[in-house]
Ligand binder design. Structure first.
Ligand code: CA
Length: 220
């Protein structure tokens, strides 16, 4: 018996997937296509995607924002979690990667639920705030530039409704934030961001060792 989380060996991880993963054929095909991408590590883990689908169902999410789309696996997972007239504002600046994403969204028949914004996410978020969308989002997924996490978070907290949920990816960043000798730019940014959220009284907070570490923050 141990009080901390289980050490996820390859065997245990494969077992976990074998008894829980419910990917659609399109999700599986997208994962296989992304595996050949030089930055394939940027794709979220499939069990994390499924967890996101479940979370969106749980909070009855209709209006969602994704910051950092890459090839669109997370978007597909979120599209499964919202109703047919729900909306995902998907923010990214990479045309090439999001072209893969839009192809698979179309194959999955969920394109009508997704609005791709090819612009810096902070610009898109500011524009939405100016247009009166403050306090209207149910869920925001933050998974783009690590040094910009504090800024994404600040605007996400404005855009989200009371009781809305923010999920932040890569908060354990391969364990580097826990090691003081690691001082690269991204690690410093994540370490500082995690410490700030710990003190933030505007949210209910939970950090989980899922995939590369996720933080869940519910706006109070
Ligand atoms: Ca990520």
């Amino acid at each position: 018996m141990t009080l901390k989380s289980i050490n996820l060996t390859e065997d245990i991880y494969n077992y976990l997937l074998s008894v829980s993963l419910r990917e659609t054929l399109v999700q599986k095909a997208l994962r296989e296509e992304t595996a050949g991408h030089p930055q394939s590590m940027m794709q979220i883990a499939p069990e994390q995607g499924q967890f996101m689908t479940l979370l969106l169902k749980l909070i009855n999410a209709r209006k969602v924002m994704e910051i950092g789309v890459f090839t669109g696996y997370g978007t597909l997972a979120m599209a499964r979690g919202i109703p047919d007239d729900g909306k995902i504002i998907a923010c990214d600046i990479n045309k090439k990667d999001t072209a893969i994403a839009t192809k698979f969204w179309s194959m999955a028949g969920v394109s009508h639920k997704i609005s791709l914004e090819l612009a810096p996410a902070l610009d898109t978020m500011s524009r939405l705030i100016d247009k009166g969308h403050r306090g209207t989002f149910d869920f925001v997924f933050i998974d783009a530039d690590k040094p910009e996490y504090p800024d994404y978070y600040k605007l996400a907290l404005e855009l989200i409704r009371t009781g809305g949920l923010i999920m932040v990816d890569n908060v354990l960043w391969s364990g580097k934030p826990a090691s003081p000798v690691e001082t690269d730019r991204d690690t410093l940014a994540i370490r500082d961001f995690n410490a700030k959220l710990h003190e933030d009284k505007r949210i209910f907070l939970s950090m989980l060792p899922v995939a590369d570490g996720i933080t869940l923050a519910v706006k109070i």
